[in-house]
Every structure is written in C-alpha cells, then in structure tokens.
Design a protein around this ligand. Structure first.
Ligand code: ZN
Ligand code: ZN
Length: 588
C-alpha cells in the first residue's frame, strides 16, 4: 500500500497512554445504518493496520510494531484484494442513510481506497522511487517511541530487522527505470537510516535488560540489516546498466490531474487552481508595490526610488532581511518565539489552546533530513493523544559555505521566521493537529487531508496578522506577502514543473524575480518540485478554499460572526477536505 503521507506527518513519537483509543463506535449512532457503518470502519482500520504496521505505529497503534511487510508481488496482490473487498463493502452503504459526519467518512474511505489502487496500478512509485524503501526510518520511530519500555522496543526492532535482507531484496527487484532524483534521495535517506543502526542503538542494546542470547541475536540482526542497507545503497549508487536511462521525474498532465483530484479533494480542478494562483500572484504583487513604496524612505533614505516596481520591492526586502538569526543560533531563535505566539493567541482570544500538550522544539533527526523541508511538525496520532508533539527544525548544514548560509538566513529573517513559526507551530500545524486528535472521527484523523492541513497553516498566518500580530506594520505584511507569494508560486511551480516542462533555470528565475526569493531557497524548491507532485499545490488550494469559506460564513452570520467560533468550528471536524467541512458548516 502506498504511504503518501506528508513530510510534516512523516514521524510520530508515541508515549504511553492509559486510555483505550477513542473509536467511532463510541459515538451514539444516529441510525441503524450509522451503527453498521461504525462497525465497518473499526474493522477496516484494524485490517489496514495489519497491512501497514509502520503507518499504524506512526498513528500510535502499536500492536504490529514487530511486523515487517516485505514489499513483494504477493504483498501487492494482498493489497489489491483488500481494496477490492472494501470498496465493494463501502458500495453497500447508501450515503443518504448516514449522518453527515459519516457521509464524509464514507467519501474519505472510498477516495482512500481508490487512491491506493491508482497509486499501485497507475502511478507505480514503488517501481521508480527508490526512496520508498527505508528501514532505518521505521526503526528510528520504534527506538525513539516511548509506548513500550526499552526492552520491548528492542525485541520489536529485533523481530523487524530479521526481515531486512528480504525487504531490501524485494526493494531491488521492484526498482525499474527509476528517476535520477529519487535514486539520489533513496541513497541519502538510507545513509541516514544507517546512522540509526549505529552506536546509539548498540549502546541501548548493551544497557537493556535483554538476555545475553537476545542481545547476541539482535546484534547479529543489526549487522545483517546494515549489510542489507549498504547493499541497497551500493545498488543505487552503481547507477543503471549499460543502455538503460533514468525516467523523467515529470509525471505529465494526465497523471497530475488525477493525482490532484485524489490527493487534494478540492472543489477546484488542477487547471482552476493554476489559474487562481496566477491571479493571486498579481494581487500580491500590487500589495507589495504599495507597501514597498511606503517603506522606501525609511529604509533607503537618500536613494532615488526605483521606477521599476519589482526592483523597488526587491530593494526594500533586501533591507528588511538584513535582520536575521546567527548561523549557529537558528534553532534557538525558533525556540524563543513559541511562548510569544501562545500568549498572543490567548490575549486575542483567537481559539482555545490546550496547555497540557506542549510543543517540543528539537533538531530534526538525521534520517528525516534532506527532503527539502527546513522545519516540520511530528504529531502523535489519534491513539496517542498524550504523546509529545515535536517541532523539527533543521540546523544549517555544516557543509554550507558562508554565502549559502547567509542566503538561507536572510530568507528566514527575523520577520519571516515569526511567520514560519505561526505556520508550523502556533496556531498553525501544531494547533490544528491537537484539535484533529480530539475529533471523534478516527477516519478523519487518520486520513488527514493535506490541503486542509496546509491551508489551515497558511490561513493561520494571515489570521494572526489581521488580528494585529506584528503591529500591522508594513514590514511584517510585506514579508507576509512575500511568504504568501511563496505558497502561491508553489502551486504555479508544481504545475509548471510536472506538466509544462519548466526547467530549473525557468523556475529559479520565476522564484527569484517574481517571488523575491534567495537563490538557495529557489534551488531547494526546484529540488522539491522534482521529488513530489501535487503536494506543493496543497498550501495555496487549501488556503484559498478556507478564505472563501470564511467569507461565506461572515456573510451569512453578519454582525453575529465570531472569529473564534469560526476557527474552532472549522477545526472541530478533524483534517477533512475543506469542501466537506464547508458542507457541514453551511448545513448543505
Ligand atoms: Zn547576514
Ligand atoms: Zn505546512
């Protein structure tokens, strides 16, 4: 089965929980059909976990932690049978007989199964994406997880690693004409995985309460897994046999349109989003021009004001971005801002926060680095709502030159860093995921919609600034415009790269001139646009849908409109596609 999960949810570190997981059956069923559907959902999820133990552990379900699924042809057949059986079962529920919330769940499950089918049979990333296979990441999750005591975690790791040679053998057999870009990613991530199976793990084994025989067996299995990973890395590094060529990383318009429909589940088509993004790009540019003209005398006193708007904006931004964290203090700068954001949200009554679930800021673990996301949130799944949520911040690579570092630090200057923290942490991803885990629908928590999740984080930035965060200054708004231009251009670039043959030079030029990005950021975005498809469109699409929905609710409620009520009600449905939340909020 595919695991097309977002980078921000790539890892969860669960802790002990004394409460049994909330199941959909706990809810009072509205009708006999709802009761039947709730039973179906619970059984479906249990079956799903057995086939996807890593996904299960990431969501806080730990019964299958010791299982390793070998990604071979027999497994793909089992998955196809699973999808067929459950799609048939879902087809027997009449949507009209279910509660609105269950109607959404029915749509989500149907979409999920159709996606799985399409990913396996049509997109076939299991053939061309060598980064699909990475045992180090799941061992890292088990090792760091605190659901079980160390000894039990190590026994699970031991059982799992026993299958490592077969796992990587199947991986090698699956690879057919990979892309060069995903091959390089596979090398990098598996080398990170090797680090997980290194000295720290050996140290844990020594200190554990395992018997000598168990320790010996585990040590052998770790050695076997290391050999298997090294073999896989060597296989990938060797390149293709003579006469063979890498396939293009561009999936083309037909696959892109379909993937957009399945992943995003938006009211809009991929073409419509591309058009809306181009419009929004022009709107942002106009606002930036106005603000830059007002700021110019303050920051560029005595200089002639450029006639060219792009040049004017660039010149003002270049002054604003001089204020930034020192290279070695980047992670600390993030850490220091979190309490300010918590206080602002409380003081302005934007939504209710849960102080019992603090956010832990940490340096991104090695095996998660390299995907191009400088910061991400690792949230506990719906079974582990008491576990820590981590804010992963990647320190600047030591290999970077002074110029590379300066470029990156200016991109994440003192203003933009605050916007990043709103987006990733409060009241962005972290806050949204705390609410999602409270949602009574396990299905909505598990099959989170990426566009809703990213859209919320972008909306949260704007909502904070509208509420006076940053004192409504032209400085913070100009840099928000620039930042919002980034998610807008993400959607543009995604489409241009995957369906319109845009080159690296085209993309870097667009992002540095129209997007005012530093070159390092632009090249990083290009890299990411070659590795993912559709995901970069999710920010703009979700944001646009949420803003449109808020306008609709405002119009309907008039003077009775409450921002806090809107925010809390919107978040109360879990990470469902915005179009379904809209249907529930507007009662249609
Ligand atoms: Zn500097
Ligand atoms: Zn995000």
């Amino acid at each position: 089965m595919k695991l097309r999960y977002l980078p921000l949810l790539a890892l969860a570190l669960p802790a002990c929980t004394s409460n049994p997981p909330k199941t959909t059956a706990d809810q009072a069923a509205a009708t006999p059909a709802d009761a039947r559907f709730d039973r179906f959902k619970n059984q479906f999820i249990l079956d799903l976990w057995r086939q996807n133990p890593d996904y299960a552990s990431s969501q806080g379900f730990h019964k299958y932690d010791s299982l390793l699924v070998i990604p071979d042809a027999a497994q793909r057949q089992r998955e196809a049978a699973f999808v067929a059986k459950n799609l048939a079962a879902l087809g027997r529920f009449a949507p009209d007989s279910l509660s609105p919330s269950n109607q959404i769940d029915l749509r989500l499950l149907t979409n999920e199964l159709r996606s799985q089918r399409w990913y396996a049979d049509t997109l076939k990333g299991w053939q061309w994406n060598p980064a699909n296979y990475n045992l180090g990441a799941s061992v890292g999750d088990l090792l760091n997880g605190r659901h079980y005591q160390l000894d039990r975690r190590l026994r699970n790791i031991s059982d799992k690693l026993a299958g490592a040679p077969a796992y990587y053998q199947a991986a090698r057999a699956n690879i057919q004409q990979p892309t060069r870009e995903h091959t390089e990613l596979g090398v990098q991530q598996n080398e990170g995985g090797l680090a997980v199976l290194g000295a720290a793990l050996a140290d844990s084994v020594r200190k554990s309460g395992l018997s000598d025989a168990e320790k010996q067996l585990l040590t052998q299995r770790i050695a076997g897994a290391r050999t298997a990973i090294e073999g896989y890395v060597g296989f990938l590094r060797k390149g293709l046999p003579a006469g063979a060529s890498y396939r293009s990383f561009r999936i083309g318009k037909a696959l892109f349109d379909r993937k957009f429909a399945l992943d995003i589940q938006s009211r809009y088509s991929a073409d419509e989003v591309f058009r809306l993004a181009r419009q929004h790009q022009a709107d942002l540019l106009r606002d930036m021009g106005r603000r830059a003209a007002r700021l110019f005398p303050k920051y560029c006193a005595g200089q002639p004001m450029p006639k060219d708007t792009l040049q004017l904006i660039r010149q003002v931004i270049d002054q604003l971005t001089l204020k930034h964290a020192p290279r070695a203090g980047f992670v600390d700068a993030v850490k220091r801002q979190i309490p300010t954001l918590i206080k602002f949200v409380n003081d302005h009554d934007l939504l209710t926060q849960d102080p019992s679930k603090p956010l832990v800021v940490r340096e991104t673990p090695l095996y998660m680095r390299g995907s191009g996301a400088g910061a991400s949130v690792s949230a506990p799944g719906p079974y582990d709502t008491k576990a820590n949520t981590y804010y992963n911040v990647e320190p600047l690579p030591t290999a970077w030159t002074t110029q590379q570092a300066e470029s990156y630090l200016r991109e994440y200057n003192d203003y933009t860093l605050q916007i990043l923290n709103i987006h990733e942490a409060i009241p962005g991803h972290y806050t949204q995921l705390v609410y999602a885990n409270r949602s009574p629908s396990l299905v909505k928590s598990i099959f989170g919609n990426g566009a809703m999740i990213e859209g919320w984080a972008v909306y949260a930035e704007r909502m904070m600034l509208e509420s006076g965060y940053g004192d409504n200054s032209d400085e913070i708004w100009l840099l928000w415009d620039k930042w919002n231009m980034r998610s807008t251009l993400n959607a543009v670039v995604d489409n241009l790269v995957q369906t319109q043959n845009a080159s690296e030079a085209d993309v870097v030029k667009l992002l540095t001139t129209q997007g005012f990005q530093e070159e390092a950021e632009a090249r990083n975005k290009w890299h990411r646009a070659t590795l993912s498809q559709v995901q970069l469109s999710s920010y703009f699409t979700g944001y646009t849908e949420i803003m449109a929905l808020r306008d609709e609710v405002k119009q309907r409620e008039g003077s009775k409109f409450s921002l806090k009520n809107f925010n809390e009600q919107f978040l109360s449905y879990g990470s469902a596609p915005v179009k379904y939340i809209r249907a529930l909020m507007l009662g249609r």
